[in-house]
Design a binder for this molecule. Sequence first.
Ligand code: C2O
Ligand code: CU
Ligand code: CU
Length: 486
Amino acid sequence: MKRRKFLTLSLTTATLLLAGCGGGSNNGDSMSSMMSSNSSDLSSVSVPDFNSKLVIPPLLEGVDINGVLNFDLNIQKGITSFFEGTTTNTFGINGNFLGSTLRVKNGDNISINFTNYLDEDTTMHSHGMHLPAVMDGGVHQIIKPNNSWSSKYTVKQKACTNWYHPHLMGKTAKHVYKGLAGMIIVEDDDSISLDIPKTYGVDDIPLIFQDRFFDANYEFDYSPSMMEIMRGYNGDVFLLNGKINPYIELQAKEVRFRLLNGSNSTVYDLGFDDFRSFKQIATDNSFLEKPVDITRVKLSPGERAEIVVNFSNEQDKTLYIKDFTQDKEFLKIDIIDIKMQQTTTPGTLTSLQKFTQNDATNKREFVLSGNMNGFYINGVSMDKDVINEIIPLNQVEIWEVTNDMMLNHNFHIHATHFMILKRNSNEFDVEENEKGYKDTVLIPPNESVTLIVKMTDYKDNINPYMYHCHFLEHEDAGMMGQFIVT
Ligand code: C2O
Ligand code: CU
Ligand code: CU
């Protein structure tokens, strides 16, 4: 009985499983293939050895048409060579794999115009952007093949590093895996006036961390088993801005890195191979008020951090950015002589409006749970036709999110940002480097977070936003809900 339910419920949401099990025939073989783990067969190719240059995604700043900055982005198929002599079918935005970086400023009127040149539906969500629900690019704003859709609004938020990626119901994981993702940099008066590194691609470096499995033909292998949907589809080939083992030359000065975990379900614990300390200056949606000295920054899928590392007087040195969870070097850095002006990141970066528990007039609880049958928030899986929460505009609320499982989850809220008040009911368990505005927060097994949330500016009685676990296999399997702001 139980297994039948498993096949009808979880396989309709995690449709990819069907591919491997004979259209739903229910026998022992299909069950065991659901349990098996993937690995890439790279025996006949040479894996790049930090000898190709890191790709910096092209920077778009918009074309002004009657006071609106327009960004034209084509969602298209591409062919990418990850190993010498091989090609992989990929998706990209204005390119073969991943997308251009958009840079906007607080107060700008923008229109991001997406055209879908794929053979299938997709959507394009602006993760971290504060925008009206119909401009969100969530599961409802579907872009049909050969159609365009524009996300138009006025930027109303602090400087930060956001990103865009598809959000089609049940297909988000697959579309991101194929290569659909790009950064959105938001600037404001703080970010422009502070004495921090800010020359894109020179001392302000975007880094998108991902991992993949490759099949025997060097195509991406997206075929998570049930176990991998649960525990994480953690690839064994690591990509940084779409390249395996790249290098970069950086000047002997302060350098800022914008770190984005763009992987489906891998948590990275990032630092340098010489264990040096650096400053974290920003969380998902804002600067920290003061830089925080750290040696590692942990990022779950969807999370961002900005860090500043001081390479002054270190010319001719070589070091690596690595992930200490997987013990994997991502980027070789060769320090060269300084050619530009030194920066001195100040001790105060911004001031943040903060709410306390006393400001809150409502409390909501969210329990993340799951089993072989599916993934749930408060006991229900995502239903496009159900609004799970109705949230009054401008009301300060406490959201307590509990991970009821023995594995990692995180929690992401669209269109707004929050602050973390407590971890496991304890305010002292919130780390200094997570005290900026955030939109995604890691919740380790059987732990909880207390968030302070406020929806501002945009109300809409009909069109919802989403909240969900950003481990994309969990999201696609139902760990998502919808809210409207009224
Ligand atoms: Cu980055 Cu609802 O997603
Ligand atoms: Cu989002
Ligand atoms: Cu999850």
